[in-house]
Design a binder for this molecule. Structure first.
Ligand code: TEU
Ligand code: CA
Length: 552
């Protein structure tokens, strides 16, 4: 590979994701805010990360915590003002980092002016900005299930039609077939690019194009179904994204990462292949469903490492030289990675470091989520009153109605709900985890007195300090970023071992995903240990041990 041609700043970046509502509250109202992020910029920069991705900070009635936007050109009141945002951007740049924003344009809030106009009359000029249809014999136009429970259609009394919402009823889907909608989105993008941002994470980007006619699923049991085959990777999706690139993105040196559930590596290349001129990267989801069936995230199964390795290897190999991976183990929609893939008890520190070693030794751009650098674990919240996520609250109502075993239901939330990652960032032993001086909008996870930034930095086993070393090693050894990937011992149920190689350089990542000791038989004589998560080098592997070797 000619690395000089392939090199790009966004490929070499480590991205730190911030969920502003839960990061740091600067003014004592219990809600994280932009000034809170400004106060923590030195901390973020000290990790060695290059890019900050902010979850949505735009005006929003917060039916889905900012993923329902009522004004794309203004800041949510609780988070601050546009002046605060401008200062944040400046400070991020001064600290040598970049800032990317979340672009949520599959849907808007029902309080967005386009929708207010659209629903006002059948012949309003904005009517066609959304997807309106007549019902069929008093029923919704089709049998699609919304992502957050119930029909994907909502009846609107005033005009006697239904509108489509793939998420909550307060998140009506935009009609991307309408070129005015597309032009409107391009304008929003330019508005932020002109302010100097460094790119976008684009929400649910592969849902923009729906199959004409919006066909029903007609499931055998007659129940509602997530009709993904009719709106995921739809017929015009590449045309829409290519147009976005041509009309907007091509004029700027920025990065884009599209959120794409339901894509295979082959499909991914159509979105991110450089010659396609669409996106730089996408978030795939295959490895996020190794512990539950695709259709039901609450039906939780044990983590299957062999399957997980198969998925990761497939993505590593198939995208090499043809696209670019984004590697992540969690975000604001997923539970905490240590609780899910590691051990959140006895080996919390070891497994947190092991998982970070995994993320930092793959080909692709690394994404970590606030708190991952201190090994934060699932919330431990066991009462429904303490949950805030609309997904959980809607699901719970249905569970009550359906007469489900509610204790079991709560247990599944404790494992898989999005609130696990949305509890406040744990800064210190001070009240409210040092996040706020008052009771936060969502309770801190039960572990906060023990697991927090202050404690981590004081500990001889600091995860933060280990992470900084990983960043340094990755930057100094470009093979870890660009090199080819080859898995060893694919059938091993506890170990994930892979080589990374480029030209005559070879690295070896050895990761123990179990609490057992393991023999280490495959190590060549001339292997030099670059970094490990234990203090010494033994001839066998210890629980959740991680090592990076350079092979001479
Ligand atoms: O998520 C879309 C998505 O497909 C999933 O990640 C989904 O939210 C999750 O599986 C539910 O369990 C994006 C955002 O990341 C999410 O926070 C928003 O709620 C959603 O879009 C709607 O904008
Ligand atoms: Ca605040």
């Amino acid at each position: 590979m000619n690395i000089e041609i392939e090199r790009k700043w966004w490929k070499e970046s480590v991205v730190y994701q911030i969920y502003p509502r839960s990061f740091y509250d600067s003014n004592g109202d219990g809600i994280g805010d932009l000034r809170g992020i400004i106060e923590k910029i030195d901390y973020i920069a000290s990790l060695g990360v290059d890019v900050i991705w902010l979850n949505p900070v735009y005006k929003s009635p917060n039916d889905d915590n900012g993923y329902d936007i009522s004004d794309y050109r203004d800041i949510m009141d609780e988070f601050g003002t546009m002046a605060d945002w401008v200062e944040l951007l400046d400070r991020v740049h001064q600290a040598g980092m970049k800032l990317i924003m979340d672009l949520v344009v599959n849907h808007t809030s029902d309080e967005h002016e386009w929708f207010i106009e659209s629903r006002s009359s059948l012949d309003n000029e904005y009517r066609d900005y959304y997807i309106w249809r007549d019902g069929i014999d008093g029923n919704p136009p089709n049998d699609w299930l919304a992502h957050f429970s119930g029909s994907a259609w909502e009846f609107d009394e005033k005009t006697g039609q239904y509108f489509l919402h793939l998420f909550t009823r307060r998140q009506p889907d935009l009609n991307w077939e309408n070129e005015k909608v597309r032009a409107g989105v391009h304008d929003i993008m330019k508005f932020w690019l002109e302010k100097g941002i460094d790119g976008f994470r684009i929400d649910t980007i592969n849902m923009f194009s729906k199959v004409p006619g919006l066909p029903p699923v007609e499931a055998a049991d007659g129940k509602l179904r997530w009709g993904g085959e009719f709106f995921m990777n739809g017929p015009r999706i590449h045309e829409f994204i290519h147009e976005m690139n041509e009309k907007v993105l091509a004029g700027y040196d920025v990065m884009t990462v599209g959120e794409c559930p339901d894509v295979t590596p082959e499909m991914a290349i159509d979105y991110v292949g450089p010659e396609r001129k669409e996106l730089n990267m996408l978030f795939q989801f295959e490895h996020m469903s190794v512990d539950h069936p695709h259709e039901d995230k609450w039906d939780i199964r044990p983590f299957d490492l062999v399957r997980f390795k198969e998925i990761i290897s497939k993505w590593q190999i198939e995208l090499h030289g043809r696209g670019w991976n984004s590697n992540y183990l969690m975000n604001h929609d997923q539970p905490r990675s240590v609780s899910r893939f590691g051990d959140d008890g006895k080996y919390r520190v070891e497994s947190a470091k092991m998982l970070l070693t995994f993320l930092m030794t793959l080909e692709g751009t690394t994404y970590i989520y606030q708190g991952e650098e201190i090994g934060m674990i699932n919330s431990g919240l066991d009462r429904i009153e303490d949950y805030r996520d609309v997904e959980v609250l809607n699901h719970y109502k249905e569970a009550v109605r359906g007469g489900k075993d509610l204790e079991e239901v709560i247990e599944s939330y404790m494992k898989m709900s999005r609130d696990n990652s949305r509890t406040p960032m744990q800064w210190s032993k001070e009240p409210n985890a040092g996040f706020s001086t008052v009771e936060p909008w969502i309770k801190p996870g039960v572990s906060w007195r023990e697991i927090n930034v202050e404690n981590d930095l004081e500990s001889p086993d600091s995860i933060i300090k280990f992470f900084r070393q990983l960043v340094k090693i990755r930057k100094e050894n470009l093979t870890l970023i660009y090199g080819e990937f080859e898995q060893l011992m694919p059938d091993d149920q506890d170990l994930f071992i892979y080589r990374r190689f480029m030209d005559d350089e070879v690295y070896l990542s050895i990761l123990n995903f179990s609490a057992d000791n393991h023999d280490l038989t495959i190590l060549p004589d001339h292997a030099q240990l670059l970094l490990g998560n234990y203090n010494d080098e033994t001839e066998w592997l210890r629980p959740y041990e991680a090592r990076i070797y350079r092979i001479r």
